[in-house]
Structures are given as C-alpha cells and as structure tokens.
Design a protein around this ligand. Structure first.
Ligand code: WTA
Length: 649
C-alpha cells in the first residue's frame, strides 16, 4: 500500500503500467476499449445486450426500474431459470460431454462431472428436495465441505426456485444455528464429515448442536464424504445416497421471475448480527456471467480454478454461477494449499493443466513466505491468467505472483467487489488494461464509482476518500433479508442515492483506483470479513467477561489479526488458562477464523467521556505507535496501564 506523505496525499510515484503481454492480447476476447465505449454510450443498452446472451423463458419489459430507490429492479418481468442457463442450455448446444466439474479431494481421490452428468445429478436432487416438500420460495441451508454435492445442491435449489443459504463449512454450529434461525430454513443439506489436513472433522455430529435449537428444520440430508458415523434421528435425517439412488433423472425447471430471490448469503457487518444479503435471479446471473466471461477472458478450453470456498460470495459467483453459465470447466479442490505439502496447489496446476487461477492475497503472501522452491519445482506453464480477490494486494505480493506463478506472461486481474455487489466491480480487462501492481485499476464497463469526502464531494487525485457506487448494477443486493431498515441504513444513508461500500480508496492521476481497506468496524482477516462487534459479542457471552473491545492489528500474512482487549468481571483473575478458554469460546461461537490471535486483560477500556470505546487508541497500542492526545478520555490513566500491560506481554 502507498505511503501517505505529510499532506495526507498519497504518493504518485508508481512504476510504469505493465501492458498486457502480446501473446495474451492476441488471443484475448476483448482487445480494445469497445466494451467501455459501448457501456458509456448507453449503460442500460449495454446490460440489456449482455442479458441477451442468456436464455430467457420470457423477455423482460424494462431493463431497470429505478422508480423506488434504493429498491431497484432489473429485467422487469423477465422469466428465466438459473440452472437452465448453467446446464440445459449447454447440453442443448452440444456441450453435454464437456467437463463441468473436475474435482480432487484432499486425499487425491478424483471425480469428473460432464454438463450432462451434472444436469442429471441436479435433476435427481430436485426430485429429492421436492419429495421432501421443498418448493418455490422455501429456504434451504447448505453446510458442506468443498465437494461436488455442494454445487449440485445449490443448482437444484435454483432449479426448483428454492432460496439457498450456504453457510461456510468452517463456521461453528452456533453460527450455523443463527443463520438457520434467521433464514427459517426447512431443510439442511450437510455431510457426515470433512477432510482437513489429514484429519476428519465431524459435520453432521456438529450440526446436531445447532439443530437442537432450530425448530424450522424438517429434514436433514447428509452426503457421505468421510464415512464418519452419526446418530440418525428417524423421520428427519436422510442419506443423500439413499435418496438419490432411485430419484428420477428429469425435473422441469421452474419459471422464475428475474426479481425472485436466488440466495441469501450472510456476511459480517458492524453489529453483532450478520447481515442476510439477498440476491435475486436475473440481474445476478447477467452480472456474474458477463464479468466471469470478460474478466477471466473465458476460452472454451480453459481449466479454471478459483480457490475460494463455496460458502463465500466468491465461491457462489466465480465457482458456480459465473463459470457454469459460461460452460467453463471448473476445477474444484477440497483441501488447503499446505497439505500434505506446501506445493499442493502447484502440483494441482501441473496435474490438471489449470489455465486460469484465482486466489486471495493472504494465500499469495503465505506462498511467498514458504519459499520459491515450491512453485519453481512444478510445471506451471499451462497458466495464462491470474486473479486476486478479497483484500488489497500489496505490490510486493503482486510482483511475486506475477513473476513466480505467472512467469511474467500472465496478466493479473485484481478484482474488487463485495458480497453485496454480487459481481466484480473494479478490475482490469486482462487483454486491455495496463496494470499497476497493487491497483484494482478501473471499474468494469457499465459500473460507475467515485471516491468522495465526508460531504460527498469527489476527491481530487491522490486524496483519500470513501469508495461509492453511483448507479445501480445488475447483480447488486436487493435488500437485507427481512431487514429493509438495516439495508437502507448501512448502504444508502451516508450519501442519498449513492451506494456506500465501507471501503476507503484513492485515485491516481491516471484514474487508477487504489483500495485502502475497510473504514468501518469490519475486519478483513485472511480475506474473510469479520465484524469486530461479532467477536466482542462472543467474548462478552462468556461468564467471566465484563467488556471487550476488538481491533484488527496489521498482520503480514493475514492482512489483519484479531486482537481483543478484555475487562473481566469483579473477582475473576485473568490467567493463561482463561485466555485460552476465551479464544476457544470465540471459536465455538463463530468459528476458527474468528479466534483472536491475542487477548489482553485490562482493568478498563479507553473510553471517551460519552462512553464510546476508542478503538483507534487500542490499534495504536497494538501496533506500537505514539498515542497522541489522550486528554479527551474519561480516564487517561487507562491507556498507560494498557500500554504497559501490552508491552510487557
Ligand atoms: C475487500 C469478497 C481490495 C474490501 C469478494 C471489500 C478488496 C471486502 C478486494 C468485501 C480487492 C475485496 N482489493 N480490497 N481486490 N476485494 N476487498 O464481502 O474491503 O467477503 O469491501 O467479498 O473485501 O469482502 P466480501
């Protein structure tokens, strides 16, 4: 990230932009600025043109209805089905034998599904769901490892018109419970267990802890992954295999309205309660189909690998709906990059001749630290394009990725977007945009962003401000599930009529955008969004804790590391044992990703006279900076005490 100089202006001394390599450009889908020009001329005509690429059961009457902001409607009265666009359409076009999913498990087991086979599996699972009483508009929670059954379950929901809520497999049963309760799901799809770094984690057994408190769940379908035993609750629990054995291979896809809900995906916000981000059918599919095609320069013979988990938006948009709607061959891997060896990903790229690879900066920084000999020992020559997502990528990591993975011949698409945006918003087009390491470059065609100050005025080049989106886009969230007020408040209140992203950014004199990270109480830990309030709520949920303040401390690999300052209840002693217990407690309430890296006990938290916790001061202490003026504090002594305790640790 760029250094700020004394004036608060970001320095402009960037290296010369890197032009797309000729070898890449020659074969690129888009080689010039035609898409940008088309979108500039008429944005709605541009999106309408992209929507024409999909298969509609009935064409829309109007591209965008913006008569009731911030509730926008796209492709009004259009009818379509997402699974038909991801499956039937390709089979009908003669691509039935093309591989849709190439899967490898952590243990090296493999499975391929052609488009025809995937369609059959999806149809069978639709019949299963339908026989279990799932219909249009019903919510289905999916809590699964990274296995093809997760994709089958998602697509089957879209085919029926059920609304899926995929919960990241790494979340705890407690977090799963909250999400099931909020979405009022009727059915849970899970697995017996998951493979994780050579160990078997129980899933169904763990889900049971959640299910006890989830009365809405009528049926649980359990896929077999690890052969792990579990108790079966008669009448409720059903095995995937048994249900699929005799299921009919045909199922007629529901005709869905463009604005029917497609899925809910929970994401962290600035309160303790996660937000149920709601995406709808038509606009979302147009958005992810278009961006996947052009950002990843989709070619028919690509073997495309996005390393995200299906439980995050990146998994939804760029493992499932974007690539499959483009008839891409999607490689899917169950495990982590460091098991059994730290060259696991490079081994897979070599083995499957991956052409497009999309991962996160936190992973890239780990690869860098592990050493060049891991990628250097493998043949990565199949790669032609690299991508990055989830957090700002520092120029050093960018250059390492470019050199050691892309061997200087693969453009890197640094893609900025959010669960809320549904689709990539700021990104290079790899055959067109000259790249600057560390910048996500410019908005995708048809997307209008700006950087504004507190008053909403556009900032000048080099001046830091808030990243906003100035006009609606097809894959935008439509609301927060059953919480319109929070939707309006979170995204549309700061600048009326303009979408507030929650990110800080600046623009250089070439118009390139540099994203600085979150400006709200949301942390980005290893590319995952975690609300400080969520972790604080989990801490104060413990019987010994009186109060907690959580901050993100800058971390070399993870971006941010969770650091918690905790005051204990009267008479409780803060010892090592309690410290470990609190870490586990957060892990139990939310999941391992939210476990604080450090916890400090303190007799009081620094507060303003009005009682607001000064997180900035805690960050300064944690990052060992000068504290500046602390006279506005209720008790200026507190800071000195915390600082002393912190440095003595
Ligand atoms: C951050 C993930 C800089 C940003 C798709 C955003 C990024 C949040 C980038 C959304 C990027 C994502 N450069 N920052 N290329 N991509 N972010 O909802 O702070 O999990 O607001 O969506 O991640 O995280 P989310």
């Amino acid at each position: 990230m760029k250094e700020k100089n004394d004036t608060g202006i970001f320095s402009e001394d960037q290296p010369k932009p890197l032009k797309p390599p000729d070898s890449f450009r020659k074969k690129a889908l888009i080689k010039d600025d035609s898409l940008y020009r088309e979108a500039e001329k008429d944005k709605l005509a541009f999106w309408s043109g992209r929507a024409e690429d999909l298969q509609w059961m009935k064409k829309w009457d109007q591209v965008l209805d913006d008569s009731n902001p911030p509730y926008y409607k796209w492709f009004v009265n259009g009818k379509l089905n997402v699974s038909v666009n991801c499956l039937d359409r390709h089979v009908d076009n003669g691509l039935g034998n093309k591989k849709a999913i190439v899967f490898e498990g952590e243990k090296g087991d493999t499975e391929n599904l052609t488009y025809e086979q995937l369609l059959k599996e999806v149809n069978k699972f639709c019949n299963v769901l339908s026989n279990l009483g799932v219909g249009q508009g019903d919510a289905v929670t999916i809590w699964m490892p990274m296995i093809p059954e997760a994709v089958v379950a998602m697509l089957a929901c879209t085919r029926i018109g059920a609304v899926h809520s995929v919960v990241f497999g790494g979340f705890s049963p407690d977090a799963l419970k909250d999400r099931i309760l909020d979405s009022k799901s009727k059915l849970l799809v899970t697995a017996d267990g998951a493979n994780r770094k050579g160990k078997v984690l129980t899933m169904k057994g763990a889900a049971e802890e959640a299910l006890e408190q989830c009365p809405s769940i009528e049926k649980v379908v359990i896929a077999e992954r690890t052969g792990t035993d579990y108790d079966v609750k008669e009448g409720r629990d059903l095995r995937w295999k048994d249900l699929m054995k005799d299921a009919d291979e045909n199922f007629s896809a529901a005709e869905m309205d463009a604005e029917d809900p497609l899925f809910i995906l929970y994401s962290s916000g600035t309160t303790g309660k996660p937000k149920g981000i709601l995406h709808t059918t038509g606009g979302y599919l147009v958005g992810v189909n278009t961006t996947h095609r052009y950002v990843f320069d989709h070619h028919d013979d690509d073997i495309y690998w996005c390393t995200a988990d299906i439980g995050w938006i990146t998994g939804h948009s760029y493992i499932v709906y974007g690539p499959l709607s483009n008839a891409s061959t999607v490689f899917m891997y169950e495990g982590t990059p460091d098991y059994p060896n730290r060259d696991r990903f490079w081994e897979l790229i070599e083995k499957y001749k991956i052409t497009v690879f999309y991962t996160a900066p936190t992973a890239i920084r780990s690869f860098m630290r592990w050493g060049n000999h891991f990628p250097d020992g493998r043949d990565l020559s199949s790669l032609r394009l690299l991508g990055s997502v989830g957090e700002p990528i520092n120029p050093e990591a960018w250059l390492w990725y470019f050199e050691h993975i892309g061997k200087g011949k693969c453009p890197i698409v640094d893609t900025w977007w959010q669960t809320e945006t549904g689709m990539i918003m700021i990104t290079p087009l790899p055959g067109v945009t000259p790249l600057k390491p560390g910048s996500a470059t410019t908005p995708f065609p048809g997307i209008e962003v700006d950087i504004v100050d507190d008053q909403g005025n556009s900032t000048s080049p080099g001046q830091r401000g808030f990243l906003v989106i100035k006009s609606p886009w097809p894959a935008m969230l439509r609301t927060l599930y059953e919480d319109h007020e929070r939707y309006e408040h979170t995204y549309w209140k700061q600048y009326p009529g303009i979408y507030f992203t929650g990110d800080g950014a600046w623009k250089d004199s070439d118009g390139y955008l540099w994203i600085m990270g979150r400006v709200d109480d949301v942390l980005n830990v290893s590319g995952h969004r975690i609300g400080t309030m969520e972790v604080e709520s989990a801490l104060v949920d413990h019987q010994s804790v009186a109060e907690a303040a959580v901050i993100g401390k800058v971390h070399e690999i993870k971006g941010h590391a969770i650091t918690a300052f905790v005051t204990l209840k009267e008479g409780v002693e803060g010892n090592e044992e309690l410290l470990q217990e609190l870490k586990s407690h957060v892990g139990k309430k939310i999941g391992a990703i939210a476990r604080p890296e450090e916890i400090f006990f303190t007799y009081e938290l620094p507060k303003t006279r009005s009682g607001k916790i000064m997180r900035r001061l805690l960050r300064d202490i944690a990052e060992q900076r000068d504290l500046g003026d602390v006279t506005t504090l209720m008790d200026p002594q507190v800071v000195a005490a915390i600082k002393k305790g912190y440095t003595e640790k």
